[in-house]
Design a protein around this ligand. Structure first.
Ligand code: BG6
Length: 485
């Protein structure tokens, strides 16, 4: 059986869901400069360069979109309105309560609280907005699960100090953390530091203008320190706080039993994921990364106390997203599948979504087991789901049986990991429980929700919310504690 207090719920992020980008004194965030058309990512599926050396996984994504200091009035920026949770939060939380949510995972917009990121005093209106949201959740017995930073940062910090490249950004971030830990003490217990820390890349997420490998590792070090210090701070302010990391858990398979493929898969999985969870769960850089940095002549500037900070700031649990697995191969002519954050070779045994993401429920059970074996820390599936282009029938109904199938199959495997393998799992919050803007493509039509939002890719629509078939199905699942699938 799943734990009695298992956290069934759903997940969103401010920059894709909240809107109200200029309201309540909010400052401009880097995510506000992403247009709906500038997000096409250039990715490769091969991990080897022409000399057959493993390449940096982030290399092809360093510049994921052109950065802008000023907005173009002729362009559409999806985050500005998103689906307007800012004005719909009461209605949205009531719908979540109707589904029986025990928790709601959301992120805070840093610039709603510190508009430029470096003010002496926080913006009270921003703090009040989230306080209202939390009170609304608690009214229904829904626990907020809060991501401190999900794919954005203050434009001011990006423009003035190259975002996370600057050590000073750590202090700005910690001030923001201290403010929210103190203000929401007793209302929020579950926190996560950086969303999908292993997928952060260019300007939008790190605030860095001209990225290269040296800068990437330096910025990453600052993120690790910021996260570790936030964990310590959160514990000092309220010992009840549970503060997790958030990993994009992209499961990798070796295409063949050729030792060269297997070796490549080992290296890819380490660079893609385990490096990040190793640092945040064990509190130090793993030897395979230290050797890599040495080989590549990358020098991270550290302060004297940094190693101790990492040690003292290990996370309490691992929150992770799981959408798909991928295949790693030394072959360069393999067909390509897309996927969350990274493209890999095609897997002939799996079906793919409309967006060409492989669908692999068994991979969820495998992932849960690997993470549990490796770290022995509680796990929390904080994102999972199927992006699909839903059709609204004439009577307004939406028959998303494909989404129900996807979720059912994943929940079955999740339960096996708990009930048959003994994995310690805290909860399950499917992504975009109410339709929101896609992070990867800027589209609205790539929908994950159990609640439909009337809006298209250009921002036209009434924003009216309606229930899909999956709404009623998930409600039943929660009510039966995962027994009636
Ligand atoms: C994760 C992110 O990468 O996957 C979310 O944490 C994102 O922000 C989700 O929306 C799904 O990806 P996409 O590209 O389909 O929106």
């Amino acid at each position: 059986m799943l734990k009695k207090d298992f956290l069934w719920g759903g997940a969103t992020a401010a920059n894709q869901f909240e809107g109200g980008y200029q309201e309540g004194g909010r400052g401009l965030a880097t995510s506000d400069t992403k247009t709906n058309g500038s997000l096409t990512r250039k990715r490769k599926h091969s991990f080897l360069n022409d000399n057959n050396e493993i390449i940096y996984l982030h290399e092809s994504e360093f510049i994921s979109h052109d950065y802008q200091a000023t907005l173009d009035p002729n362009m559409y920026y999806p985050s500005h309105k998103a689906v307007d949770f800012y004005h719909h939060y009461r209605e949205d939380i009531a719908l979540m309560a109707e589904m029986g949510f025990k928790c709601y995972r959301m992120s805070l917009s840093w610039t709603r609280i510190f508009p430029n990121g470096n003010e002496d005093e926080p913006n009270e209106e921003g703090l009040k907005f989230y306080e209202n949201v939390f009170d609304e959740c608690l009214k229904y017995g829904i626990q907020p699960v809060v991501t401190l930073n999900h794919f954005d940062m203050p434009v001011y910090l990006a423009q003035h100090q190259d975002g996370w490249l600057s050590r000073n950004t750590i202090e700005c971030f910690l001030k923001y953390c201290q403010t929210v830990f103190e203000r929401y003490k007793g209302k929020v217990k579950y926190w996560m530091t950086f969303n999908e820390i292993n997928l952060l890349r260019g300007y939008a997420t790190l605030g860095i203008h001209e990225m290269n490998t040296q800068k990437y590792y330096q910025a990453l070090h600052h993120l690790f320190i910021a996260s570790a210090k936030a964990v310590q701070l959160g514990h000092e302010i309220d010992p009840n706080n549970q503060i997790g990391m958030m990993l994009a858990n992209i499961l990798t398979y070796s295409e063949t039993c050729n030792p060269k493929d297997v070796e490549l898969e080992l290296n890819v999985s380490r660079r893609l994921k385990y490096f990040f969870s190793d640092v945040q769960c064990r509190g130090y850089y793993p030897s395979y990364v230290l050797k890599l940095l040495e080989r590549e002549n990358i020098q991270i500037i550290k302060e004297e106390n940094d190693d101790q900070i990492l040690k003292d700031g290990c996370v309490d649990y691992i929150g992770f997203s799981y959408y798909n697995s991928g295949v790693v191969t030394t072959r360069k002519d393999a067909g390509m599948s897309l996927g969350n954050g990274i493209n890999m070779a095609q897997n002939p045994y799996l079906k793919e979504s409309e967006w060409k993401w492989p669908i692999d429920p068994t991979g969820l059970r495998i992932s849960l087991n690997i993470l549990w074996d490796r770290y022995q820390k509680p796990l929390f599936i904080v994102e999972n789901g199927l992006g699909a282009d839903d059709k609204v029938e004439k009577d307004g109904s939406i028959h998303d049986d494909y989404r129900i199938d996807y979720m059912r199959d994943h929940i079955i495997e999740m339960k096996k990991a708990v009930e048959e393998d003994g994995v310690n799992l805290m909860g399950y919050t499917p992504w975009g429980c109410i339709d929101l803007v896609s992070a990867g493509t800027g589209e609205m039509k790539k929908r994950y929700g159990m609640i439909y939002v009337d809006m298209d890719d250009e921002g036209n629509g009434t924003l009216e919310r309606s229930k899909k078939d999956s709404f009623y199905w998930y409600k039943k699942v929660i009510l039966s504690h995962g027994e009636d699938l």
